[in-house]
Design a protein around this ligand. Sequence first.
Ligand SMILES: *[C@@H]1O[C@H](CO)[C@@H](O)[C@H](O)[C@H]1NC(C)=O
Length: 171
Amino acid sequence: MNRKLILTVLVIGIFAEMHTYANGEKANDTEVIAKIDQAIKNPLGHFQNNKEYEDFVEQLELIKILPAENADQKEKFYKNFQKYNNRRLELERNIECRAKELEKEIHTSAISVDCIRFYYNQKIKIEAALTDTNAQKERSLLENSEPCPASVVDVDESDSYYDSYYDDYDY
Ligand SMILES: *[C@@H]1O[C@H](CO)[C@@H](O)[C@H](O)[C@H]1NC(C)=O
């Protein structure tokens, strides 16, 4: 199946589900289309190279051109997109905030080369999540929120450190 066909099947699936929950509200097709166009024309944040965002936009474009009697479903899909998009922008702000904190740690607060490396790796990983799915953004925020662990801070080259380290293994 080509990509367009897959998306069409997906959209029909979404519509079938939405019909189940139809609650009698009446949307104005012209107004829904205007809102969809507005959203597509004014993308915000790190939308470029974001596969999840691009899929939403493709689906919006397919839904937009369906007959006017589907206005209610168009409205619901648009609202679902807005919910996704607002969450995406919120997560992007949280990621940028954490990346700034990490930048500060790297340059002013990190107390060892190992901690600098620890925070630098977090920064690389969390910034890569800016164009990931929302679920992956959430995961990355959790995974890259840890302070430099004591085991890293305390690393020194004293004999006792190496002794205890090698004591854990049988050679
Ligand atoms: C839908 O909205 C447009 C633009 O606001 C308006 O001109 C039109 O009369 C509305 N149609 C209905 C059926 O309310």
